[in-house]
Ligand binder design. Sequence first.
Ligand code: GMT
Length: 373
Amino acid sequence: MNIAIICYPTHGGSGVVATELGVGLAQKGHQIHFISYSSPFRLRGFQENVFYHEVDVSAYPLFKYPPYDLSLATKIIEVSKEYQLDVVHAHYAIPHATSAYLAGQMMRGKGPKIVTTLHGTDITLVGKDPTFYEAVKFSIEESDGVTAVSNYLRDKSVKEFHLNNSIHTIYNFVDTHRFSGRVERCSKDTFAPQGEKLLLHASNFRSVKRLADTIKILAQVREKIPTKLLLIGEGPERQKAHELAVNLGVHDHTIFLGTQDYIENLLGCADLFLLPSSEESFGLAALEAMSCQTPVIGSNIGGIPEVVADGETGFLHPVGAIDSMATSVLTLLSDSVKLNQFARAARQRARDLFSDEKIIPQYEQFYKDILSK
Ligand code: GMT
């Protein structure tokens, strides 16, 4: 098939899933056309069957808000005509699904089929903004096929947008070979030179990630066990988290590493991954950690319980339950047999339920079903 993938190219779950899906499909012989405003960060080097088409946005001074949606729609048409696309797969409803719909209309119904994948914030945060509501609902309902990355997100989308079409859950996935947690890929000593335990959190540091909770957990854990916290990412909550670390006296034990392109080299270094989010449709970073044999301590909201098996591959607690999360961290850090057992179970679950080998064929089948309708 000739498939265009529209995604955000920056660090963030939806762009990661879109890119890994495109690369995986290209390896299976499909021709993949990424369309975005810059090359997706996980698209590393030359890949056979993969093309990248950049959307130029006019900087004409009259445009206070350059119309990216229109430039994207135009690019979709250009690529469709040049490569006879079968499917345009929009990752994230706003504006990707809307631009794909517009492109289809401009091609007078002769364009490719449109598949939209909902990732979470397009529904839970952006979708709730009344200024986007009608556009999100319309774009979802006009897609030829819609997937969501968890059952939680599927049900929430149908309920909140009163949708008249069905949504199919296709879980996010991980390349379990690349994300294997092989210890030689990173040195734990770099971050924990005195043999301390190592906690890790990776996100875009927005308020839903509750970055401050990771610092509070560290402070509690350090009262019992020498531990370091590795924070990967950048975002609006960084400064507040830094100040909190200073106030709680754990600043020297908190390492802000910034954004990292090769997180697979770091996840396996940690003893535990922290994901105390207040909203999470899936929690891709938690899955990548599990694949690297790193159990997860987090909140039991959204799609996280579909990814992390509570009591087997980590422990989940209500949002903001810092004491319980810290207790769970201590439970695992103080019992190496149990920690190893959880680490093995985490990797096993990632392989059994969320490997690229299992999930990518589900997308292929989804495209085929839509094309044959
Ligand atoms: O987590 C974010 O804020 C980024 C966001 C995105 O769209 O890139 O992530 C969402 O999509 C990911 C991939 O499907 C999911 O793993 C995340 O759980 C989801 N984030 C939220 O629901 C907050």
